[in-house]
Design a protein around this ligand. Structure first.
Ligand SMILES: *[C@@H]1O[C@H](CO)[C@@H](O)[C@H](O)[C@H]1NC(C)=O
Ligand SMILES: *[C@@H]1O[C@H](CO)[C@@H](O)[C@H](O)[C@H]1NC(C)=O
Ligand SMILES: *[C@@H]1O[C@H](CO)[C@@H](O)[C@H](O)[C@H]1NC(C)=O
Ligand SMILES: *[C@@H]1O[C@H](CO)[C@@H](O)[C@H](O)[C@H]1NC(C)=O
Ligand SMILES: *[C@@H]1O[C@H](CO)[C@@H](O)[C@H](O)[C@H]1NC(C)=O
Ligand SMILES: *[C@@H]1O[C@H](CO)[C@@H](O)[C@H](O)[C@H]1NC(C)=O
Length: 212
């Protein structure tokens, strides 16, 4: 089962013909900017700048299937299905935010928009929206391989456990293990050397210089 991001990331590589030699140039893929404000043995806390995302809601029971379904709608937006017919180059990571519903899960699949003001609105038939994220802190745990239904929960639990240990005493509410975001950086054609992350908002914790 190939994740469709494959074909997109391939487009990011161009071969330029120079007058004298051929140069293989890897077009830089844009990503949201952050600074690391804390590093631990198995997680980081990052402060992300304000950012814009295009976001597709999918109600479902499978992380993988819902990510694919959302990705397909976002791909169309990036390729001109917006009110300005703007084209966006591929960005990374692709996010899937997961939160439980009484029946199944709510998934928001998101792509980063490399703009510094309000981006164009999506065509209404795509049923997607623009999200503005104000500057905020995110705890991040990385993992390799493919992100899939049978490992994302475990990675999220491991991050929540690390955070509960680290922040013990500073908060009465334990970190919710059932709501999290998976960030995927690589096309599915890359079978090794893959980078994924679990993200959890930590804005409600004090003592790290995070906006609350
Ligand atoms: C993975 O996380 C660890 C702990 O935060 C960090 O030291 C390491 O650099 C990270 N690796 C990558 C590829 O981001
Ligand atoms: C995910 O999609 C595959 C292929 O379409 C399907 O066989 C499978 O039942 C789906 N899984 C869930 C949990 O919906
Ligand atoms: C959309 O296009 C119009 C006309 O070219 C321009 O004035 C406007 O700033 C664009 N809006 C966005 C969100 O890019
Ligand atoms: C994380 O925080 C940002 C900024 O407050 C917010 O827009 C976003 O919805 C939060 N993400 C999740 C998954 O709760
Ligand atoms: C996967 O993406 C990460 C982050 O962009 C990058 O450092 C790594 O080299 C990529 N892996 C492969 C196999 O391209
Ligand atoms: C916990 O709270 C104390 C007092 O407010 C603060 O000094 C410390 O940095 C906090 N620790 C963490 C991990 O936030």
């Amino acid at each position: 089962m190939e994740f469709p991001v494959v074909s997109i990331l391939l487009l990011a590589c161009f071969v330029y013909l120079n007058t004298n030699n051929i140069v293989l140039s890897v077009h830089a893929v844009e990503s949201p900017q952050y600074t690391v404000i804390h590093s631990d043995s198995d997680f980081q806390i990052r402060l992300y700048k304000e950012s814009w995302w295009v976001s597709a809601f999918v109600r479902g029971t499978s992380f993988l299937n819902s990510t694919k379904a959302g990705f397909h709608r976002l791909y169309q937006y990036m390729h001109g299905a917006n009110l300005n017919a703007s084209q966006f180059a591929v960005t990374a990571p692709v996010l899937t935010s997961v939160s439980p519903l009484a029946d199944g899960s709510a998934y928001f699949v998101r792509m980063y928009l490399p703009v510094n003001r309000s981006p164009p609105q999506p065509k209404s038939e795509l049923n997607i929206q623009i999200d503005t994220w104000r500057s905020h802190c995110v705890a991040v745990r990385n993992f390799t391989g493919f992100a899939k239904d049978d490992n994302v929960n475990k990675e999220a639990e491991a991050l929540a456990d690390s955070l509960n240990k680290y922040f013990s005493g500073n908060t009465t509410a334990p970190q919710d293990k059932t709501s999290y975001t998976i960030a995927q950086y690589n096309a599915s054609r890359h079978l090794t050397g893959r980078l994924n992350e679990v993200w959890m908002n930590v804005s409600r914790f004090s003592g790290e210089g995070c906006p609350t």
